[in-house]
Design a protein around this ligand. Structure first.
Ligand code: APR
Length: 259
């Protein structure tokens, strides 16, 4: 259980800091019903082979299988609802204009639907499409319709459509990682929520923040690979802890909802 003083300390810093960066991973959306990747038993990579389903080679080897898997994940994202953690982050940001930057590894749209559209997406957007090959004509990705379980393709040249997510071995969107690193360097507090810290460069952001002088707090019910970068490790969930850490100091009139 977290010491009440630890929660109060992080809460006080979050409300005093001029710049706060929240870095999220799949655990942020777990309480919205979207499976994580590496949780024992339930994680996607416990049940599926990431090389076959989250790589360009895997897609080229079996486009219909990968497309069907993403279609199923897209349905799950559309059916999901932002949880109390997403809402707490967005409300905190709206109450303190110019303070918050949200950086996510997640490809769902729950931060955006909770009211934080400016979320920096490091690994893309599962609900968006892009061409598998850059279009020689520079055309936007507007594929012809295709049978439900088939990936759409260009009517002229057969270029396949793929989900606009970063697959293993691919570069992150340049602007996104630059913005994320700038936010890590410039913040006074970094809240790291729901990530195993297994995948770089995202996993390096907490260390970068700390080396730049920020305080780092981790919110995760289990140990992660980057716990050593944190000044505080709060063992709890996103939906359980974020409203307590980021909730409105004055909502309850006592100045602090305590621990
Ligand atoms: N609240 C907070 N954290 C949680 C919760 C929760 N309710 N449930 C699980 N977690 C934690 C787990 O303990 C774990 O540390 O969330 C973390 C999820 O880790 P991963 O499944 O590895 O997800 P993530 O860290 O986001 O993976 C990074 O790997 O496969 C790639 O592109 C994929 O963006 C993903 C990247």
């Amino acid at each position: 259980m977290n010491a009440p003083t630890v929660i109060a300390e992080v809460r006080a810093l979050a409300h005093a800091a001029r710049r706060v960066c929240v870095l999220t991973g799949a655990g942020m959306s777990a309480e919205s019903g979207i499976p994580t990747f590496r949780d024992a038993m339930t994680g996607l990579w416990r049940r599926f082979d990431p090389e076959q389903l989250a790589s360009e080679a895997g897609y080229r080897a079996d486009p219909a299988r990968v497309w069907a898997w993403y279609a199923e994940r897209r349905d799950g994202v559309r059916a999901a609802v932002p949880n109390a953690g997403h809402v707490a982050i967005a409300e905190f940001g709206r109450r303190r204009p110019g303070v918050l930057t949200v950086v996510t590894q997640n490809v769902d749209d729950l931060h955006q639907r909770a009211g934080w559209p400016q979320t920096i997406r490091l690994h893309g957007d599962i609900l968006a499409d892009q061409w598998l090959q850059p279009c020689p004509r520079g055309r936007a990705c507007d594929p012809a319709d295709a049978p439900p379980d088939e990936p759409p393709a260009c009517a002229d040249c057969g270029n396949l459509v793929r989900p606009a997510v970063v697959w293993f071995g691919e570069m992150l969107p340049e602007g996104a990682i630059d913005a994320a690193e700038a936010a890590a360097r410039g913040c006074e507090l970094m809240l790291v929520v729901g990530t195993s810290g297994a995948v770089w460069p995202a996993a390096g952001l907490a260390g970068r923040a700390r080396r730049s002088g920020a305080k780092v707090a981790i919110v995760n019910p289990h140990p992660s690979e980057i716990d050593d970068e944190a000044h505080w490790v709060l063992r709890g969930t996103a939906a359980g802890l974020l409203p307590r850490l980021l909730g409105d100091l004055h909502r309850d009139g006592k100045g602090d909802i305590g621990a």
